[in-house]
Design a protein around this ligand. Structure first.
Ligand code: AHR
Length: 320
């Protein structure tokens, strides 16, 4: 029987999986989703930087948005005998088998930025924000901004089946519940990309009397919001005024849009998920300290009142 199967406690697992490896000897595989957004590009850059700073040998695999590529990458990391695997899962379902394979091979897996619906026993920890809370913060901002006035909302969802798309929708709807002035009239996926965000917003505008029927846009990420802002302008309307814009990520481009009055609010998601992940690995390696199953990152709301140009300047060189 494989040793990991017989181990009941994470502490014993630590001793086996990391035994005598020092940080300098660590080889970590990273299965990244792809490069759909500015936020994702920054996460990739920061993960590589964090690995380099710690002397970790990072094996990087870009899945080009496909779960099957991620599963292949994880299997290849297992075959290579890496010390740990970082996985940013494109969708929430379908991971049980490959996570079990990693566990059988005694290789701890850390989820980055998204969650899965597998048993928590199959991964070491997840470094993510509270994705429901993010949607909730965006929704509450809109509730306050509209102050009881009737408002038709359109929603650009993230990748179908991904945990941020599911949870950000849920959190936003929770915030709107009981506020009958706010109605989500259209909701469709824009796949977290700028191009799709623009395309879908164009169809929303067309379907809603050239946009006259729309009072606010909620986008599950800033990139889709930036694409939608372009569509709103091309339709002859003023984003940020005729149509309020609230989204999530806090990438530099949205702060430029906020400074120009074309976006109203964003909820920050740190792209540095790897720092806490590597810290957890280091502690685990040192003395077997098992991290909590969830390492939560912060979610901060930014509005036009937060000196967006200053935030843009501070963020623009950070790998986005
Ligand atoms: O999982 C995090 C989300 O994925 C980010 O909000 C989005 O930009 C990304 O691509």
């Amino acid at each position: 029987m494989k040793i990991a199967k017989a181990l009941a406690s994470a502490t014993i697992l630590a001793a086996c999986a990391f035994g005598s490896a020092s940080a300098a000897e660590l080889v970590v595989g990273f299965s990244q989703i792809g490069s759909e957004s500015g936020w994702r590009a920054a996460e990739t850059t920061l993960t590589k930087q964090q690995a380099e700073e710690r002397g970790i040998d990072l094996k990087f695999a870009d899945a080009q948005q496909k779960q099957e590529n991620q599963i292949k990458a994880v299997r290849s990391f297992i075959a290579q005998g890496v010390n740990a695997i970082l996985l940013a899962p494109v969708v929430a379902t379908g991971w049980d088998e490959v996570l079990q394979e990693a566990k059988d091979a005694e290789i701890p897996v850390i989820l980055l930025d998204r969650t899965v619906d597998s048993s928590k026993d199959l991964y070491m920890t997840a470094v993510t924000s509270d994705l429901v809370h993010e949607g909730n913060v965006a929704g509450k901002w809109l509730v306050d901004a509209t102050a009881g006035k009737p408002c038709n909302v359109v929603e650009l969802q993230g990748t179908t089946g991904s945990s941020p798309a599911i949870d950000r929708k849920k959190g936003f709807e929770q915030a709107l519940s009981g506020h009958d002035n706010l109605k989500i009239v259209r909701s469709q996926t824009g796949d977290f990309t700028r191009t799709k965000g623009k395309e879908v917003m164009e169809s929303f505008l067309k379907a809603e009397d050239g946009g006259k029927n729309i009072c606010a846009l909620y986008a599950h990420n800033d990139d889709m919001a930036v694409g939608a802002i372009q569509a709103i302008k091309e339709a002859g309307l003023k984003p940020g005024k005729d149509i309020l814009v609230v989204s999530i990520d806090a990438v530099p481009d949205i702060f430029q849009a906020m400074a120009a009055g074309e976006a109203n609010a964003t909820v920050e998601l740190t792209p540095n998920m790897a720092g806490p992940a590597f810290d957890a690995l280091a502690a685990f390696q040192k003395d077997g300290t098992a991290p909590p199953k969830w390492i939560q990152t912060e979610s901060k709301l930014y509005t036009q009142a937060d000196d967006p140009m200053k935030v843009y300047e501070a963020k623009k060189g950070l790998g986005y």
